[in-house]
Design a protein around this ligand. Structure first.
Ligand code: NIG
Ligand code: FE
Length: 397
């Protein structure tokens, strides 16, 4: 997209701009729109009939009435891994419950893989996400769990995105089974030091079978002192105080909000912390879907993300997650799309993505459909027609 003349898209039947900001179901729609991008940034977006619209030129691309949306901002993924756990998935579909313990199988496979293998797998998954319309992707470590393996995961992730999260506190690895607090010392000390150069965020899996609220607080405080932003796996398997802890520490997002208590919802409402829902995880673990409606009605800022990982949610398709959120979690199609674009951007504290406005990155997705509504109305059909993604250096960070 860089170099040469501007990219001019016209004949956009329906443009989603998200210009109305935080209003959950206002997509800032423009009919018969034109978008102009230059050097990876949006220069102009508006109705074709506007006096400010550029005059047509032979190099303009005509979308012939298709819908154009901001690229999805997928704020929660675990993509540095080797191997898969298809058998574990199949066992769950036969009735076995999901447990945090399965993570250890992926840790063993990931430790045994070469850099080249992990890089190739990362590349494949990132390409898969792009083909499903995701143009901004957060990637966590968390399947290394030694100083060197976690640093390697963060370094490799950084080759693909600036949104790297250090998740050394995913589970306590087998070699520390009897001494979880010693592992927390490692995470908050040498491991944090080794991962910090590559990471923007720190995350902790605070749940049954993983880390306690007290351990989580120690780890998040150490991460904040090292200059990292905070995010959290907060209530995936059971309610805990983790959501309120995340809010009180000013986390950008608390994720996996599956089991929420009224106090959690009250704490989230009006806070600067986004609540991230991950419908793919509930789908693949057969857990109950949380009510996104309850959150939106309480004034909580909601993001939808894919949680792509080999254990609990092996999908990078946000359209799939949107369809579930609409069918099972009480969102309308506009709210779901907003949560996966604007909401994801807020969860990453980014203003340059998740919207189509002058100065934002030109991360755009043309649909093989006349309206964004088709994304959830036609589940399982990949309607992503064309994706434009600004070069990495256009990122404001
Ligand atoms: O986000 N909850 C913790 N981590 C992952 C699952 C990881 C796995 O099962 O491999 C998640 O769902
Ligand atoms: Fe997760």
């Amino acid at each position: 997209m860089s170099g040469g003349g501007p990219l001019v898209l016209r004949g956009i039947g329906e443009l989603v701009t998200n210009a109305a900001g935080d209003e959950p179901d206002n997509l800032g729609l423009i009919a018969d729109a034109v978008v102009v991008a230059r050097d990876g940034l949006i220069e102009w977006a508006g109705p074709a009939g506007s006096p400010a619209a550029p005059a047509p030129r032979a190099t303009d691309l005509d979308l012939a009435g298709a819908a154009l949306i901001p690229g999805f901002v997928d704020s929660h993924n675990h993509l540095v891994f080797a191997g898969d756990r298809a058998q574990e998935y199949e066992a769950r579909m036969r009735g076995l419950p999901y447990s945090a313990g399965g993570i250890k199988a992926t840790v063993a496979a990931t430790r045994a893989a070469s850099d080249a293998t992990l890089r190739a797998l990362l590349g494949r998954h990132v390409a898969e996400a792009l083909a499903h319309g995701t143009t901004t992707l957060e990637i966590k470590s968390g399947y290394g769990l030694t100083v060197d393996d976690e640093a390697r995961a963060c370094r490799l992730a950084r080759e693909f995105t600036n949104e790297v999260t250090f998740l050394g506190a995913h589970v306590v690895p087998p070699e520390y089974a009897a001494e979880a607090d010693a592992y927390v010392d490692l995470v908050t000390g040498p491991m944090l030091e080794a991962c910090r150069p590559y990471a923007r965020w720190i995350d902790v899996f605070c749940d049954k079978g993983a880390f306690t609220v007290a351990q989580t607080e120690r780890i998040l405080r150490a991460g904040a002192a090292a200059g990292l932003g905070l995010r959290l796996h907060a209530a995936q398997l059971a309610p805990s105080g983790a959501v309120r802890l995340g809010v009180s520490l000013g986390a950008a997002a608390v994720d996996h909000c599956t089991f929420l208590e009224d106090d959690d919802v009250a704490a989230l409402a009006g806070s600067g912390t986004v609540c991230t829902l991950l419908p793919g995880a509930e789908f693949s673990t057969r857990q109950p879907y949380p009510s996104a409606r309850r959150l939106v009605d309480a004034g909580v800022a909601v993001a939808l993300a894919s949680d792509c990982n080999p254990g609990s949610s092996y999908t990078c398709s946000l359209p799939f997650c949107l369809a579930i959120a609409v069918r099972e979690m009480g969102l309308n199609p506009a709210e779901a799309l907003k949560a996966a674009t604007w909401g994801g951007a807020r969860a990453l504290r980014r203003e340059d993505v998740g919207r189509v406005a002058p100065g934002a990155r030109a991360d755009l997705v043309a649909l093989r459909a006349p309206s964004y509504r088709h994304l959830t109305y036609r589940p399982g059909v990949n309607l992503i027609d064309q994706v434009w993604r600004a070069p990495r250096e256009s990122t404001v960070m």
